[in-house]
Ligand binder design. Structure first.
Ligand SMILES: [Zn+2]
Length: 490
């Protein structure tokens, strides 16, 4: 971006850790940004910015010209290192008003903006989120901001009475989750139980769902248990859509779901970090902790939600009546495409092979899931993650994964360009994750293979979800990936 000389001195920033905004701790609150020195009445076109709402994030706005504004992300509460998530509204616009917004203080340098990602937008008269056209988005190192990476986007307002909302990705708030869980409860499903596992520092609910047909599980046999968590990183909203997709499928009347409920206990913690989500943080809790680095020794007062989940898992692990077989923690990824998994590394080659089974099956069921992007590691920096910690705690018949999904898009065998994820396609990945457990347990002989053929592969999705995108969830779609995976390991 070209800039005038007088603008280049406006951000003499001392603290690069904090992104320059020394005391940037709150969100803008109905902030009218008019030209410097302007003291007249508020006019249409003097934009009003607001982020004082749930999951909102915008810390500061600098007026550059009538057409250009610098926007500063508010860093995570008590942790200025993380600045990625933004979510704010703009109103008092003029019809046909064209603007350029520069988001100038990202804490990351690598970004999917280089690959065509764009912010999402909606307005009061058009409440469906849309991604902005990629051609209106620029991502570049900016000399005016100490060569920080800046994401600029052009936008043309078109309705004066509308309030416009812009966000890093489709928001999924704590309140939305509460409404969803309440609507599930109202259905009085005999195989669904909701309980409050604990409270966050700010006294929000830590919800736990148990989904199983308790009457049907053979009480003499050890019960297989699948544990799923999401939103330990609050800015990773796609994880919530995936999680909801998993739940929607598991509580549905779909025959695969019914069989799974008969044989398996599913435990789901849909929001591990409710305060962080509420506050509009990207990575941390209220007190500035990255909870996914504290599994080794969570404190009941500083990390109460993590502490409660860990206690429950440790307790179940000691219960001889259940066998905790899967732990999956759902995240979103800011630089990779597709869905993929991280797993652990083991000395035992046979265990390595067994661990690769679930992601392989998922790759066959979900066209957007990539086995070739899936990797197994033991980085020191990830020692405090749920996957790594529980991988060490649970016995060798258990599998711990991080399920990642791109904030932006996926490639399929047939696509020549990345297909941007929608809220619906994130949920579809969740439904595909859920049904993959049937394939897994059939393979492992827990569930007998007496399921009608037409239910095994394609069109499972047609019986769940409102906007059925039709075929495409079936086996055989991921030929590119399967070619690749042949060379990985068999
Ligand atoms: Zn994450």
């Amino acid at each position: 971006m070209e800039r005038k000389m007088e603008n280049t001195v406006r951000d003499v920033e001392a603290d690069s850790e904090a992104g320059g905004e020394d005391a940037l701790v709150g969100n803008v609150n109905k902030l009218m940004v008019s030209p410097p020195g302007y003291s007249g009445v508020q006019r249409k076109g003097h934009l009003v910015f607001d982020a004082c709402f749930e999951s909102g994030n915008l810390g500061r706005v600098d007026y550059i010209s009538d057409f250009e504004f610098d926007l500063f992300i508010r860093p995570d509460t008590c942790n200025p290192r993380f600045r990625v998530w933004f979510n704010f509204t703009v109103e008092n616009v003029r019809e046909t008003q064209r603007v350029i917004f520069n988001v100038v203080n990202f804490s990351k340098t690598k970004s999917l903006y280089r690959d065509g990602m764009s912010p999402v937008v909606k307005s009061t008269s058009r409440p469906q989120w849309q991604r902005l056209p990629a051609k209106n988005v620029y991502y570049y190192r900016c000399p005016d901001h100490r060569r920080n990476y800046v994401m600029s986007f052009a936008f043309c307002f078109d309705r004066e009475d509308d309030v416009y909302q812009f966000a890093y990705c489709y928001p999924y708030t704590y309140t939305r989750l509460q409404h969803y869980l309440a609507s599930l409860e109202r259905r009085n499903l005999p195989y669904l139980q909701r309980e409050q596992l604990g409270l966050s520092v700010q006294q929000r609910r830590l919800d736990l769902l148990t989904i199983t047909n308790s009457g049907h599980v053979n009480s003499e046999r050890e019960k297989k248990l699948v544990f799923l968590t999401a939103r330990v990183h609050p800015g990773e909203s796609p994880a919530s859509f995936i999680c909801q997709g998993v739940i929607d499928f598991l509580v549905s009347q779909h025959p695969v779901a019914q069989i799974l409920r008969d044989h398996v206990i599913f435990k789901v913690v849909p929001m591990l970090n409710p305060d962080g989500v509420y506050l509009g943080n990207y990575r941390c809790s209220l007190m500035g902790f990255d909870l996914n680095r504290h599994w080794q020794d969570p404190s009941p007062w500083a990390h109460p939600t993590l502490h409660a989940v860990k206690q429950l898992i440790v307790q179940m692990n000691q219960d001889p009546r259940v066998s905790l077989e899967f732990y999956i923690d759902v995240h979103a990824h800011s630089t990779m495409l597709n869905g993929f998994m991280y797993g652990n590394v083991f000395e035992d080659e046979e265990r390595v092979q067994r661990q690769a089974v679930f992601p392989r099956l998922l790759c066959q069921n979900a066209p957007d899931f990539s086995f070739s992007n899936t990797s197994f590691n033991r980085d020191v920096v990830k020692a405090g993650t749920g996957r790594r910690f529980l991988g060490g705690l649970l016995d060798d018949t258990s599998y711990c994964y991080t399920l990642e999904v791109s904030f932006y898009s996926y490639m399929t065998a047939g696509s020549t360009a990345p297909v941007p994820y929608s809220e619906e396609s994130y949920m579809k990945l969740g439904r595909n994750v859920a049904r993959t457990f049937l394939d897994y347990y059939k393979l492992n002989n827990l569930i007998k293979d007496n399921i009608p053929h037409q239910l095994r592969s394609t069109d499972v999705m047609s019986q769940t979800g409102k906007n059925n995108p039709g075929r495409g969830a079936g086996i055989g779609r991921n030929t590119v990936d399967r070619e690749k995976e042949k060379s990985v390991r068999h």
